[in-house]
Design a protein. Structure first.
Length: 128
């Protein structure tokens, strides 16, 4: 029930996608996933989300946030995504998202199942 109320509260974040048809915002529980075709558009999308969250008296936790690049230039050095208060969002080569999915930087979109396997083995050990 709490996740449902949180989703209603954050509904305005989803309407910030005013950049391009290829930008997306995915909301799940207390997570926000921003997808953009370029770093400049990601920065703009991020700023728009920050503005909506500030109106809701909420802030993005930069310690739990990160950026991941997928595509031909996935291993190129990227310009930092900067928050309104000057913090940088780190670029990573792998990140957990939406509770169980782990995305891996590369030429194409890839997901890692190693974390899911570890969680499965840990939980099955607890059953035995």
């Amino acid at each position: 029930m709490l996740s449902f109320l949180f989703a209603i509260y954050l509904d305005d974040v989803h309407t910030t996608r005013s950049l391009t048809p290829r930008s997306f915002i995915v909301l799940y529980a207390d997570e926000i996933l921003l997808i953009a075709p370029s770093i400049n558009e990601l920065q703009s999308l991020f700023r728009n989300c920050e503005k909506v969250l500030e109106c809701l008296d909420m802030r993005i936790n930069t310690k739990k946030s990160c950026c991941l690049r997928i595509g031909p230039k996935f291993n190129s050095t990227c310009t930092s995504i900067i928050t309104s208060d000057g913090h940088s969002i780190l670029w990573v080569s792998e990140t957990g998202c939406l509770r169980t999915i782990y995305f891996v930087a590369g030429q194409n979109t890839r997901c890692s199942v190693s974390y899911a396997k570890r969680s499965f083995y840990r939980s099955s050990d607890a059953i035995w």
